[in-house]
Design a protein around this ligand. Structure first.
Ligand code: SF4
Length: 251
């Protein structure tokens, strides 16, 4: 069995007739990662772990047919209801405890939906909805980490300035990424919230494969805060918040 790739993304695919050619060309120009136009999303002939190793480092660009914005409601009411914006499906980071790991075990490739015209029309419509301010936050982190491959897609540079021009809507990026370079110079007008999930180094090393360390995430958060973004942290499992370094001590 081949070893898992060390890269987040080894190949980008666009599907003929199902992928916006202009946005695909924009993304292909941004990166030196090999790319191809194909008739269908490529699938490995292997099963189990081999299939995972073959496909988990693939990024597929596709148009979304289903709505981008939907209300999330837990079947048993265990989560607070919220609105989600599905810009990505699946994640190129490998956290072994992630529910996406098993949810997409038959299709481990991650997908970025690039028909932004449809997405932005839905966001604009959402901003005109008469709903309570506490629901006016679109969560981009329900089915992926929305910054995991942002250096490849440049998606933040498309959506953050767009939403900065709207009222009654904000974006929520839930992330473990340290890739914030694209965001730092953007016009965001406090309409984008960035929330980092942190964990103890031992847990990151054991289970959060391909993610940056918690310290790298905190350093990225510091840069984002200096660019005026509202930032948040969630600390999971065994991290002790009293041993987190203060921002002043981070270079
Ligand atoms: S970063 Fe988030 S979405 Fe991605 S694999 Fe880890 S837990 Fe899942």
């Amino acid at each position: 069995m081949a070893a898992p790739s060390l890269h987040l993304v080894d190949h980008i695919y666009a599907v003929k007739g199902k992928t916006d050619p202009l946005q695909a060309a924009r993304i292909f120009r941004r990166t030196s990662i090999p790319n191809s136009w194909v008739d269908d999303i490529p699938q490995s002939k292997s099963n189990g772990t081999s299939k995972l190793y073959d496909e988990r480092n693939i990024l597929v660009l596709l148009n979304r047919v289903s709505p981008f914005i939907e209300q999330f409601k837990h079947l048993k009411g265990r989560c607070y209801p919220f609105y989600k914006l599905t810009a990505y499906n699946n994640c190129n980071f490998w956290c072994e405890y992630c529910y996406l790991y098993m949810t997409f075990y038959m299709r481990p490739q991650s997908i970025h939906f690039i028909n932004y015209d449809k997405m932005f029309a839905e966001i604009e419509k959402f901003s005109r909805k008469r709903i309570s301010p506490k629901f006016q936050l679109l969560n981009l982190g329900e089915l992926s980490d929305p910054l995991a491959v942002d250096d490849i897609t440049g998606f933040s540079k498309e959506i953050i300035p767009f939403v900065s021009g709207l009222n009654n809507v904000k974006l929520l990026f839930l992330t473990k990424s340290a890739t914030v370079k694209n965001l730092l110079e953007l016009e965001h007008k406090n309409k984008t919230v960035l929330a980092w999930s942190l964990n103890a180094d031992t847990i990151v090393d054991m289970f959060e494969h391909k993610t940056p360390s918690s310290l790298e995430r905190i350093k990225a958060a510091k840069k984002a805060q200096e660019s005026g973004y509202e930032i948040r942290f969630t600390c999971k499992y065994s991290i002790n918040p009293f041993i987190l370094p203060s921002f002043d001590s981070i270079e």
